[in-house]
Design a protein around this ligand. Structure first.
Ligand SMILES: [Fe+2]
Length: 223
């Protein structure tokens, strides 16, 4: 049996109706906010880049060309948990995350319920709007999320014409356009400029044992 906890990524044998999912995402787009309060494009040395030197210069000091997010679940009483950001506070694995009552996404809820999670934490939509770049960065640098045993599943609702790129052990990888996948994001990763909307549903939580059965071992990589 495969150890899902040790995976950098894996394709999941799980499919869904992308059009139907997108119908629920579209009304959320105007509600989305920038994923970070600090700029993505900083003058730090990154192991790889997803933007040209000219784009890097244009984006330096700004976060207005990168991801926008919204939380579909929240921690009651914690307003920032609704932003769907990837900050350590919003990766609180102890808090009792609940579906937001002001967001109507019956099909997305159905999909989440069909996935083998033991418990659900933050569930968010992550989007790149046309012309935007997902600057290279890494998440969960404090290990708050992964060390607590939490993992994530991403449903790739629309890819924007680009793929997720990441570096591990000095190797550069490009993830295929899988409908559903596991990805551990505490390595450097980014997405080149999209020419159409890229929208993904990221479901964080504790996996139930059944998740291992969904892993396509031929399309997976260990950490
Ligand atoms: Fe990320």
């Amino acid at each position: 049996m495969i150890d899902v906890q040790s995976l950098r990524f894996a394709r999941l044998k799980f499919d869904f109706d992308r059009e139907r999912a997108m119908k629920e995402i579209v009304p959320l787009l105007p509600l989305m906010d920038w994923a970070k309060s600090a700029p993505y494009f900083k003058s730090v040395v990154l192991p790889f880049t997803v933007a040209s030197a000219e784009e890097e210069r244009a984006y330096a000091g700004s976060n207005y060309f990168s991801w926008k997010t919204i939380g579909l679940t929240h921690i009651p009483g914690v307003e920032t948990s609704k932003l769907g950001r990837s900050s350590s506070r919003n990766r609180n694995v102890i808090a009792q995350w609940q579906w937001r009552e002001d967001i109507v996404v019956p099909y997305l809820k159905e999909l989440v319920a069909a996935l083998p999670f033991e418990s659900i934490q933050s569930i968010r939509v992550i989007a790149l709007f046309p012309g935007h770049v997902g600057g290279v960065h890494h998440d969960d640098t404090l290990g708050m999320f992964y060390n607590a045993g939490a993992r994530s599943v991403t449903l790739n609702i629309s890819d924007g014409g680009q793929r997720l790129e990441f570096m591990q052990h000095g190797q550069h990888y490009t993830l295929s356009n899988y409908p559903a996948f596991i990805f551990r994001d505490d390595c450097y990763h980014g997405v080149r400029k999209v020419d159409s909307l890229r929208a993904q549903l990221r479901i964080n939580g504790l996996f139930a044992p059944g998740m291992a059965d969904l892993v396509d071992q031929k399309a997976s990589l260990a950490v």
